[in-house]
Design a protein around this ligand. Sequence first.
Ligand SMILES: *Cc1c(COP(=O)(O)O)cnc(C)c1O
Length: 393
Amino acid sequence: MTQPAERINKLPAYLFAEVDRKVREAVSRGVDVIRLGIGDPDQPTPDFIIKKMQEEAAKPRNHSYPPDDGLKEFKEAVSRYYEKRHGVSLDPEEEVAPLLGSKEGVAHISACYVDTGDVNLVPDPGYPVYGIGTMFAGGRAAAMPLREEKGFYPDFGAIDGEDLKKAKLLFLNYPNNPTGTVATPEFFREAVDFAAKHGITICHDAAYTEITFDGEKPLSILETPGAKEVCVEFGSLSKPFNMTGWRLGYAVGKGEAVKLLRRYKSNIDSGVFKAIQYTGAEALTHEETPVFLDFLRNMYRGRRDVVVRGLKDLGWAVKPPRGTFYVWAPVPPGHTSASFVSHVLEKTGVVLTPGRGFGLYGEGYFRIALTVGEERLKEAFRRMQEAGITYPG
Ligand SMILES: *Cc1c(COP(=O)(O)O)cnc(C)c1O
């Protein structure tokens, strides 16, 4: 018998399996399930992007392998976008690499830097891929708790001294999934100084960079003076352009990291379909893009307000998140995140995500994804009200 590899055996048990089973069961009973679990936009990719893709897909010159280092046009578009949006200048040839979605990049960066026994510092609660990529590379992920009383920022002073000595990469993600927190220039300043002092490279996952509210300006960590020496930032077209299925993202910043990633990837995948890279270039720089992004932010802000209001009416005091399309809230006393999510599903047919799925420090919380329309969100809260689901205060 051929044994599967340790790295596969070590993958964490799928924490949502129990929820998934209950959802399937509810669906088969004919329950009208409202899915506020998964963070996958419900809206289609905008027309101007689809039109460009139709043209590019039809061109025979796009049907061959793309260049290993990525298409010049895409890299230049990313660079122009950073200049315009963040005032950051990037050398398209040295400091930009296309990715098959940002998930792929945050997973593979560990293979470029981590040897057996090395440590990566990862936020908890956080996107599970940072830790899994670390483990696949033979390293160990050390959790940096994101505590509510610390504003959901890591406390760099609390990192274990031994972990710090062995640390290679430090993962950050703002606007933050799952907490909805946005970064401040001061926090990024502190992070960059900390990384420089300890010889650590920051991997900033900026998947939600365009999704901010209330006048909050999308912030790149590369806006911090000196950040390009120690930071690689991962961006994605998935969330800002409703393109999760297309698989297009980029790594920018620290030239060494960008080049190592390209080199690693050239031995694994053969890049992103040229038609998708040309289309991505258009999406980032098209004249309709700012208008579309305003529309998108307004849509999520409207949904956010429905959810914050709905929670408030049930007794929760939740601060409106200033970024992402998630609302993060505590479970009522007496519940674990899993038991609360099961309870809500059974009583109302509303699917939430248990905080424990994002790490130990996610226990005690649940996440609502704003990926259904306002009417359905209102319906979800009507059902919770009727089922007597409240937060005692
Ligand atoms: C959705 C998401 C991603 C993945 O984005 P892709 O570009 O589609 O791979 C990365 N990081 C976080 C935190 C996400 O929520």
